[in-house]
Design a protein around this ligand. Structure first.
Ligand code: DX5
Ligand code: ZN
Length: 217
């Protein structure tokens, strides 16, 4: 598995989501940010909308659940057709059980950490995960500035994954752009979410290619 570019549709035109996804044809995944106005102070969409989006594209969906009570709601997004489902560890009461349920339901299981959440307490969970998401902004909104203070955590996570010899992908999300993606790749990330960088570009698919080239450099 090499570099993967995963555009977030958070900054796309929600009235034309099918067309917006068609503008990023070379993306590896489409990142869908589910927000419930409790875990984060913003509200987006739920499983019905995600299911409609899954039907509209051949690109697999990467759901990022910024919702309270992840244990109770995450499987709805597997049922909605997502190939990967990320819950926040801060919102999961039983992260090991939840990761196993997501895998058993047929999706990749992924766990996210907010910027202030340390990775060390979760080292033993890593083999349960197909992907670990290290947030590089406080979740809730697109277009925020990349937090350099998260880079040591990306490095620490990369060292743990290598130590365990596991294939878990390491994703970064928040403020990823042509200016910051090389720093993330150098620290060990291999899966990159980019929202405003992609959808503010004149040609979003060209930006996907440019981000990929920068991450591979
Ligand atoms: C933020 C979301 C991100 C967001 C990224 O809470 O999880 O996926 O869309 O947007 P940018 O790339 O603009 O920071
Ligand atoms: Zn996200």
């Amino acid at each position: 598995m090499g570099i993967q570019i995963t555009p977030s549709i958070l900054n796309a035109d929600f009235a034309r989501l099918g067309e917006e996804v068609a503008r990023i044809g070379s993306a590896d995944w489409v990142h869908v940010d589910v927000m419930d106005n409790h875990f984060v102070p913003n509200l987006t969409f739920g499983p019905t909308m995600v299911e409609a989006l899954a039907r509209s594209t051949d690109i697999p969906l990467d759901a990022h659940l910024m919702i309270e009570d992840a244990d109770r709601n995450a499987l709805e997004y597997v049922d909605a057709g997502c190939g990967s489902v990320t819950f926040h560890v801060e919102a999961a009461k039983a992260p090991v059980r939840l990761a196993r349920e997501i895998r058993a339901a047929g999706a990749r299981a992924s766990m996210a950490l907010r910027p202030a959440t340390p990775i060390e307490p979760y080292e033993d969970l890593l083999p349960e995960l197909d992907m670990l998401l290290i947030m590089t902004v406080e979740p809730g909104f697109g277009g925020q500035k990349f937090l350099d203070l998260c880079l040591p955590k990306i490095r620490a996570a990369r060292a743990m994954l290598d130590k365990h010899g596991i294939e878990t992908w390491l994703q970064v999300d928040g403020g990823v752009s042509l200016e910051t993606i090389e720093r993330c790749a150098e620290a060990g990330a291999d899966t990159f979410v980019a929202g405003s960088a992609v959808y503010s570009a004149d040609d979003p698919d060209r930006m996907v290619a440019e981000l990929r080239a920068a991450a591979e450099a």
